[in-house]
Write a protein that binds this ligand. Structure first.
Ligand code: UDP
Length: 482
């Protein structure tokens, strides 16, 4: 296939909700498209100065000018969200729809005028109106679903009222979804429980299901071999395309930093030297993603659980949470412990000294740990994290459960944490978890390698768009450079 001149590269626009968990995976996808010879515009409202922070974090894409990436190009375009004074989440969403539709329409028009018509709109959760816009302009659209197929199925069945879910009068009801294990009330995505404290979030997530038939498909950050039964089942109900793990694809350009964009603007701390100083399989990595993390009351127990286990730990705690640690704790931990504000998580998980990951089970972290062959201690907090924990512990068998998320009104004690840490890092259980985790690492690498399930699905997607791309994804998983 001949390379087309740059000014006619097929143009895809990725629209993100302004949050870490949305922008990072869309950027990963954008880089794959760019590496295949597309012009990619990643756009988002500039909420809380996110644009400047991203530019600080990701030096590979530093301006609105297209940056060459593989056989294609990639650029950011942020727009003012005009949300001054708006504090109510529902109002922010309404405002975003109004402003976003206008901006996106302008962008599409300008691009067409420049002889570069937009061939596809990809968007993250919470902004389902992109499908309406795509339909009205005759441009195919697809959401990128950055949760498991199992969670997708739970939301889908809930939205269409296909199976009973817990209600105010029956809060303890178990949920049986097709091709999935029975989920206890504390194992369904917690936003679907009547006691959820975040009804606005529930509505935002579910809104995507109202518009599904206006999309050409749903791109999914999962892979066939990980969730085969539920993927096969859900594929009969709607066109889902598992194309993950996105960060395992490699491109022509070696850049790992940008796959770890810190939208919060924290500088990534270098952990390598400290990890290098530790023996193999001796460190627990502790991170609760980009959200608020554990309740302040949990801080002491977690800290002393780590300390008493005798296992070295690398713990991500961001500034507003710095007071989580008990007085004098760091002095007691000495060389055994390191606290950082933000890590290059993939680099940490790939380090031989890391034995396990104490995680909140966000889906990105779940995919990253599975793809790195690192066992987990599950400390879910809310949302889909509790469902991910169920799968990590009971289905994938790569972890132990510490918390039940929002439903755990109790504090997890230091003794429980110490016991689980010891079990997950040494002895027969640790060996079993590691063996299982390594199986998923191999499966994830195979999925994105040339001819693997995710790679083929990605090519199928581009084929359906009728996009002629000059390059081929260099997806030798061993390079891991996206
Ligand atoms: N992350 C990181 N460094 C950190 C903490 C988190 O790079 O110190 C990244 C992590 O690799 C993942 C993302 O932030 O890609 C967190 O996403 P996840 O879905 O796990 O959790 P969320 O933040 O959405 O709750």
């Amino acid at each position: 296939m001949e390379t087309q001149p740059c000014n006619v590269l097929p143009h895809v626009i990725l629209l993100s909700f302004p949050a870490q968990g949305h922008i990072s995976p869309l950027l990963r996808l954008g880089k794959i498209f760019a590496s295949k010879g597309m012009m990619v515009t990643l756009t988002a409202p500039n909420k809380d100065g996110i644009a400047e922070k991203i530019r600080i974090s990701d030096k590979t894409i530093s301006s609105e000018e297209p940056t060459s990436y593989g056989d294609g190009k990639i650029r950011f375009e942020f727009f003012a969200d005009e949300a001054q004074g708006i504090t109510v989440p529902e109002q922010y969403m309404e405002n975003l729809e109004r402003i976003g539709k206008r901006k996106l329409t302008e962008m599409i028009r300008e691009s067409a005028e420049q002889g570069r018509p937009v061939c596809c709109l990809i968007y993250s959760c919470f902004i389902p109106w992109v499908a309406d816009l795509g339909e009205s302009l005759g441009i195919p659209s697809a959401p990128l679903w950055v949760q498991s197929a199992a969670s997708f199925s739970a939301y889908y069945h809930y939205h269409h009222k296909l199976v009973p879910f817990p209600t105010e009068s029956e809060p303890e009801l178990d949920v049986q979804l097709p091709c999935m294990p029975v989920l206890k009330p504390y194992e369904i995505p917690s936003f679907l429980h009547p006691q959820s404290q975040f009804p606005a979030l529930t509505d935002s997530i579910l809104s995507i299901f109202k518009n599904l038939n206006k999309n050409c498909c749903v791109l999914m950050e999962s892979f066939q071999e990980l969730e085969s039964e539920v993927i096969n089942y859900m594929s009969k109900l709607c066109p889902i395309k598992p194309i993950g793990p996105l960060f395992l694809y490699s491109t022509n350009i070696a850049s790992t930093s940008s796959a770890n964009v810190s939208v919060n603007g924290y500088i990534t701390d270098d952990c390598k030297e400290w990890l290098d100083s530790k023996p193999a399989n001796s460190v627990v990595y502790v991170s609760f993603g980009s959200g608020d993390g554990v309740k302040p009351e949990q801080g002491d127990e977690l800290a002393y659980g780590l300390l008493n286990s005798g296992v070295s730990f690398l713990w991500v705690i961001r500034p507003p949470k710095s007071d989580l640690l008990p007085k004098g704790f760091l002095e007691k931990a000495g060389e055994k412990g390191k606290i950082v504000q933000w890590s290059n998580q993939k680099q940490v998980l790939d380090h031989p000294s890391v034995a396990c990951f104490l995680t909140h089970c966000g889906w990105n972290s779940t995919m990253e740990t599975l793809s790195s062959g690192v066992p987990v201690l599950c400390f879910p907090i809310m949302g889909e994290q509790v469902t991910d924990a169920k799968y990590l512990v009971d289905e994938f068998r790569v972890g132990l459960r510490l918390s039940r998320g929002d439903f755990d009104k109790t504090i997890i004690t230091r003794d429980e944490i110490e016991k689980c840490l010891r079990e997950a890092t040494a002895g027969p259980k640790a060996a079993e978890l590691k063996q299982n985790a390594m199986k998923y690492k191999k499966a994830a690498e195979d999925a994105v390698a040339e001819g693997g399930s995710s790679h083929l699905t990605l090519l199928e997607f581009l084929d359906e768009l009728k996009v002629e791309v000059p390059g081929e994804v260099k997806s030798t998983a061993k390079e891991n450079t996206v």
